[in-house]
Design a binder for this molecule. Sequence first.
Ligand SMILES: NC(=O)C1=CN([C@@H]2O[C@H](COP(=O)(O)OP(=O)(O)OC[C@H]3O[C@@H](n4cnc5c(N)ncnc54)[C@H](O)[C@@H]3O)[C@@H](O)[C@H]2O)[C@@H](O)CC1
Ligand SMILES: [K+]
Length: 481
Amino acid sequence: MEQRAYSTATVREVEQVEIDRVGLALMRRAAAGVAAVARRELIKIRGRVYGARVLILVGGGNNGGDALYAGASLARRGARVLAVSCLGTPHPEGRAALEQAGGRVVGLAELPDQNWDLAIDGILGIGGRPGLPEPVAALAGSLAGQGVPVIAVDLPSGVASDTGAVGDQWIRARRTVTFGARKPCHLVEPGRSATGELTMIDIGLDFTSARPDLIGLDVAGLAARWPYPGRQVDKYARGVVGLDTGSDSYPGAGLLSTLGAVHSGAGMVRFLGPDHPTSLVVAELPNVVLAPGRVQAHVFGCGWGDRPDGARLIKDALDAGTPAVVDADGLRYLPDRLPSSWLLTPHAGELARLLGRDRSEVEANPIAAVRAGAERTGATVLLKGATQLVASPDTGPVWVALPGPSWTAQAGSGDVLAGICGTLLAAGQPAFRAGQLAASLQAYAAARHPGPRPPQDLARMLPETIAELAGLARIGDGRSG
Ligand SMILES: NC(=O)C1=CN([C@@H]2O[C@H](COP(=O)(O)OP(=O)(O)OC[C@H]3O[C@@H](n4cnc5c(N)ncnc54)[C@H](O)[C@@H]3O)[C@@H](O)[C@H]2O)[C@@H](O)CC1
Ligand SMILES: [K+]
């Protein structure tokens, strides 16, 4: 349902409690979990563990210790285990355990050129900085080139635990075995892709009172949280969205954002934009109302270009106390402070402009950037991109949307997304939840209908996607049949 990820500082605090209690036994538990996963992988690859050639990549910290103990366990089952010391001095007790079990530890220069059935990456864990020094980077590249499957311990080395950022080279794991809780890099690209499949092992760490840094969502979580209309609703309870989007230069943005609002289930949609987009909307969507009137959430900014009355439109909505989604060009017309009930939907370039920073800075640490955007504006911010993140101006967690295929990285997707956000705000969802659910719905629709589909086609698939989610939600709460 919810995927909670914890910062390095928090993980260290939680770990310390258990280390104080059980000492090295904690590392042995972690290693036992890694070894069990490695055995399953070897059985899948070659039918048995006995005789398998396993390479252990070892750094100088506890991550290497986990990997060495796991190697010892595999060696005791008859695997031919060789550990290569990549950084620093290998964990002494872990090294002794491996050697006692019949494994060997060599330096990088002595690594024989041979085919490996499996590699275990214990170079760096939560103590790692992004990137791998040469010649470790060369070894990582060569293993990837040979297609050697890698199981990463805790996280793929070369990836920064708290941000998911990478340096020039990093490990791409088939599977990652992590301990007790997710780390931010498991949810945020490029770390997320480098993680591969994630297996979580219980080693007795108690995160129940720890504060998560990120909260992601899986499909079951999206299905459970989507606001389906109840039996006793009218159009106002489902929410009225008022869109003033598009322009004579970009009329399509008006239609796309309206398609997003209509097909994600708004109770009523008013289109209040300029003439050219209005004619497109009318031709396509007879249910859309053109007269002004009661609105429960506004959508501004998609395809505006220059909009001399932009600042006034935004101010009027603010004065009326109505929440709004502000996208794209609308972000140029914001007042100094907004309430957290407003949802801004920038991509990296737009957020960089808002913060007066370089785009590359936003891309290097999107988690920090989205938090800064919320702090700077007072509004809730949905940062679009490879990983879609939502931050509110308080110090709570950053919310992560369900990941989707890259097909949605195309012109017009953001307009549809703004419309979906409008529907959810109008339905009374808090802005952070509206942003997380809207981005997740669009990603899930794209995942269910893969291929190069224009955003208007994907928007038309939202109703069946929501119906599918409603089915999953009924199964989830036992109301099926
Ligand atoms: N604390 C514990 O008892 C437990 C820790 N666990 C494991 O321990 C890991 C954390 O261990 P550590 O804190 O020792 O940290 P790491 O094992 O991640 O390594 C830190 C060491 O690598 C060096 N280093 C970091 N980035 C580098 C880079 N890019 N290039 C070269 N050197 C670099 C650091 O200076 C430091 O010496 C966890 O990820 C987990 O795998 C588990 O065994 C569970 C129990
Ligand atoms: K690792």
